[in-house]
Ligand binder design. Structure first.
Ligand code: 0X9
Ligand code: CA
Ligand code: CA
Ligand code: CA
Ligand code: CA
Ligand code: ZN
Length: 428
């Protein structure tokens, strides 16, 4: 009881100054964007990330972060200089939607409508189904592309996952691009026709619909990253989906246990319904004891990277990853990066992250999985490229997507080891 009136006065005074606090508005203080001058190697960057700040961009001797006040103070205590970074130029707002100038982006309803148009136009090779529900009750949707789309055939399966992070809207546009590429190209382009006939391709266009809608609904972009699941006993909302996967969850200082952090890992692995739903779906792709998904890309922005696992350790090889595994992952990563101009790296070359989807898919199932960080490289426009960039920056990944599909039957072929790992199984 003592001190309570003073707290109220402080809150009122801060409100008058335009400073939001948890007590005054019901919303915790928002995070800001900062340049951190100094960190120049994976260990120094991981120390910055371990404060709970989210690293958005990596440069030779600096990083750009999204961070709250306490995280900024912790970064300063590491001895680094912290300065603020400008947001995107303000664009005319459109309530609960992208700004008018960015209307070419698809909000959740528009994404579903576009998927339904694609499926309706190509019913023999495209099919939509649901795999669960988000924290706020939105339908989670997966689209299958293949010949005989209604039949589970014995064909290599490939999974594309998009939009774990709310503000990374370009990744949803990448999903729609892939769906158009494979359906509009079918029967027109021989290479695409043969890939659709010989693969089963799954696209999950929006793993985090609640976060995406929240990010665009405030009249200006919010830089939101997590989902919108309430946290018990905390005013801070949301779990970082890409720290919530059930492989070495929270193992290694690459995520936060604080609800205030942008990289909050959640109270338990798969505590986020959006993660749980994808994980259950992937587990159901084990048929006759064999995981059917052979290759995957998890789409993010920004930085222009092709990243391969692991992210939880600096080591190149680790339990479950042999030298041949690492070499095949790196070779296909470099091959794809040579087509889009991205930089190919092991994830932990940027900074340590644990509980990420790529580590889970490789660590659990040996799925050849990559994280793609799309356009741009720099903080401006960062997460919010103008919608004029949608077409060029999605088409830029056309060849990389097709190469992943081509190698999906045996990725070890890229290092000449197909006879060792993908020997033909004889039928009696
Ligand atoms: O930190 C992430 O989750 C991804 N970067 S982002 O800026 N889009 O948030 C990178 C994840 C790479 N994979 C692993 N580190 N395992
Ligand atoms: Ca525009
Ligand atoms: Ca739109
Ligand atoms: Ca088929
Ligand atoms: Ca199958
Ligand atoms: Zn991301």
């Amino acid at each position: 009881m003592r001190g309570r009136p003073i707290m109220v006065l402080v809150v009122l005074a801060l409100s008058c100054l335009g400073v939001t606090t948890a007590g005054a508005s019901g919303e915790p203080p928002p995070s800001g964007r900062y340049r951190v001058q100094g960190p120049s190697d994976p260990r120094e960057r991981s120390a910055v990330a371990a404060t709970g700040a989210v690293i958005d961009q990596v440069e030779a001797a600096s990083v750009v972060v999204t961070a709250g006040e306490a995280e900024v103070e912790a970064i300063r205590r590491l001895g680094y200089t912290v300065t603020t970074v400008q947001g995107p130029p303000s664009r005319e707002a459109s309530p609960f939607d992208f700004p008018v100038a960015d209307s070419g982006y698809h909000n959740y309803a528009e994404t579903i409508a576009e998927i339904d148009r694609i499926v309706a136009a190509h019913p023999t090779i495209a099919r939509r189904s649901g795999y669960g529900t988000s924290a706020e009750g939105r339908a989670l949707v997966v689209v299958k592309i293949s010949d005989n789309v209604g039949t589970d055939e014995n064909e290599p399966e490939v999974l594309f996952t998009h939009h774990q992070h709310a503000r990374e809207h370009l990744s949803v546009e990448m999903a729609l691009y892939i769906l158009h590429l494979l359906t509009d190209g079918y029967g027109v382009d021989r290479r695409i026709t043969s890939l659709v006939n010989s693969r089963e391709i799954w696209v999950m266009p929006d793993l985090n619909p609640d976060g995406g809608e929240y990010d665009i609904s405030g009249g200006s972009y919010r830089y939101w990253r997590k989902n919108r699941q309430p946290n018990a006993g905390s005013a801070y909302v949301g779990t970082d989906l890409n720290r919530n996967w059930a492989y070495r969850w929270g193992c290694c200082g690459g995520s936060s246990g604080l609800t205030s952090s942008g990289s909050y890992r959640g109270p338990a692995p798969e505590s986020a319904p959006e993660v749980r739903a994808v994980a259950n779906w992937v587990r159901r792709r084990v048929v006759g004891g064999v995981q059917q998904i052979r290759a995957a890309i998890d789409w993010h922005s920004y930085g222009e990277y092709v990243l391969w696992p692991y992210g939880f350790t600096y080591a190149d090889t680790a339990p479950g990853m042999t030298r041949d595994d690492r070499d095949a992952l790196a070779a296909l990563g470099a091959n794809m990066a040579s087509t889009n101009g991205y930089a190919a790296r092991q994830s932990s070359d940027l900074y340590i992250a644990d509980g990420a989807i790529d580590d889970w898919m490789w660590g659990t199932y040996k799925i050849f999985v990559y994280t793609f960080e799309m356009y741009p490289i720099t903080a401006s426009p960062g997460f919010y490229p103008p919608d004029e960039q949608i077409r060029p920056q999605t088409a830029r990944n056309r060849e990389a997507v097709l190469r992943l599909l081509e190698y999906a039957d045996c990725v070890y072929r890229i290092i000449g080891r197909q006879s060792a790992y993908c020997g033909v199984t004889r039928t009696p």
